[in-house]
Design a binder for this molecule. Structure first.
Ligand code: GDP
Length: 461
């Protein structure tokens, strides 16, 4: 690995800030991440950015190359930024850890033409709840009539230089976003007018299409991390690792594996770990730690290389026995030189902190990650819809059995958020008149359930 790899540090050091990208579907999260990765590849010599499991690390020297004269690398002692690669609903899970936030900072992507949409509001709720500092990327500025491409200059300079008419077109849209932020309890302004990014949300106009504003965005991210998060980011990269499960999945040759982010300490290939599972903590021994091979090395079937250890902040695929019940969004802790029962108790405690309240009667909810389960549960609570059972994972026949006995007809329902419904569960639900609702968007899921309730109530009158 090269000296610029932010993940190879071994002493007490500042870890790479972890960045999540959130926002409404189609507002440009994936495009923005791709553009940042693409710019990093173009800017650095090949191999300068490192592809990780579930994340991309962009080192400081590459950031300063992209940002040009906006970022002087000598002003920073952070190694770079680690972007979590799974935007969209998975971000719910990636934002959790120890009842706080896994991501240190977030980018909330808002389409300038579309403004705030339901998933923007969902994201804002999560950012508030986890107290994650964030900036707003006001995306798609290239689509605003009259906008002139700016040949890579910072957007601020371009906006100042452009004609009044263009400025007012874009300004109007940007001020709508600032207004929406203020309606949601945040004080916000254009990023170049914000002095204190902790007290105020900075809005950065960008285009994931033309790359305009990306230098500005990275500059603000670096400044935000450096100024306000330094102390929290001092870590001992040799201590027992602490992380969060991003995904539980089958990997050929390794059985059920975990894609995880390690945000503190180190995980080694001979460690015993504790992982949050459906039935409580799972204690197991690491069998292998896997990372993607550099592209030029991929020839045949072996996509991954085994490594001896991975230090924070980094993504890794963990192979170990007994992971079938592990939950996305759950904590992972390395035992190593710590007391086993203490570590298990910590994981138990962390699982208990996840706020999902259930009652004796109510609907069944299933979600893909603990974080999304929590988000769905809190929406239902606000709408006073009772929940009887809440679990991570696919909808199985036993969920239908539970829903069947749920009391009121309106309760005989399963709300499935971003999870699969097993075929036998679907058949059983049809037989037993249990209603299935499936969606990848919380508000749409709850809306279709509401419509169903209204229909039942009307039929009863
Ligand atoms: P996501 O659902 O938030 O990940 O959104 P995507 O990144 O998939 O983008 C949705 C659509 O918007 C795609 O067709 C993109 O090509 C387009 N798009 C994203 N960013 C921009 C932008 O800055 N300018 C323009 N013109 N189109 C964009």
């Amino acid at each position: 690995m090269s000296d610029t790899d932010p993940t190879t540090a071994t002493d007490d050091t500042l870890r790479t800030p972890i960045v999540a990208v959130l926002g409404h579907v189609d507002h440009g999260k994936t495009s923005l991440l791709d553009k940042i990765r693409g710019s990093a590849v173009t800017a650095g010599e090949s191999g300068a950015i490192t592809q990780h499991i579930g994340a991309t690390a962009v080192p400081l020297n590459v950031i300063s190359e992209i940002a040009g004269d906006l970022v002087d690398p000598t002003d920073f002692d952070l190694p770079g930024l680690l972007f979590i690669d799974t935007p969209g609903h998975h971000s719910f899970s990636t934002l959790r850890s120890r009842g706080g936030a896994l991501a240190d900072i977030a980018i909330l992507v808002v389409d300038v033409n579309d403004g705030f949409q339901p998933q923007t509001l969902e994201a804002i709720d999560i950012l508030k709840r986890t107290q994650t500092p964030f900036i707003v990327a006001a995306n798609k500025i290239d689509t605003v009539p009259g906008w002139n491409p700016n040949e890579g200059k910072p957007v601020q300079q371009t906006m100042d230089a452009q004609s009044d008419r263009v400025q007012s077109d874009l300004n109007e849209k940007l001020y709508e976003i600032i207004g929406e932020l203020s309606d949601n309890g945040f004080s916000a302004d254009m990023y170049w007018r914000v002095q204190n990014f902790q007290a105020n949300i900075g809005v950065v106009p960008v285009s994931a299409e033309t790359s305009e504003g990306i230098p500005d965005l990275l500059t603000v991210m670096m400044g935000l991390s450096q100024r306000y998060m330094k102390e929290e980011m001092e870590i001992d990269t040799t201590g027992p690792g602490v992380g969060t499960v991003l995904e539980v999945k089958d990997t050929q040759g390794f059985g059920t594996t975990l894609d995880a982010i390690i945000y503190d300490g180190t995980i080694r290939n001979d460690d015993t770990i504790v992982v949050g599972g459906l039935q409580g903590p799972i204690v197991t021994d690491v069998r292998a730690l896997l990372r993607p091979r550099p592209l030029e090395e991929i020839r045949t079937e072996q996509e991954f290389e085994q490594v001896e250890q991975v230090a924070a902040a980094d993504g890794v695929k963990i192979a170990a026995p007994d992971l079938d019940d592990a939950m996305a969004g759950a904590p992972i802790r390395v035992i190593r030189d710590r007391d086993r029962s203490e570590v298990i108790a910590e994981v138990e405690q962390e699982l208990a902190e996840i706020e999902v309240t259930t009652q004796e009667e109510g609907v069944v909810i299933k979600a893909d990650t603990l974080g999304s389960l929590e988000a769905l549960s809190s929406t239902l609570e606000e709408e006073e819809i009772p929940v009887m059972r809440a679990e991570v994972g696919a909808v199985a026949p036993r969920d239908v059995r539970v829903a069947e006995t749920a009391g009121e007809p309106t309760n005989q329902a399963i709300l499935a958020f971003s999870v699969e419904v097993l075929d036998d569960a679907r058949d059983l639900a049809e037989q037993e008149d249990v209603e299935l609702f499936e969606d990848d968007v919380i508000y749409q899921l709850v809306e279709s359930y509401d419509d169903h309730v209204t229909a039942i109530e009307e039929a009863q009158q």
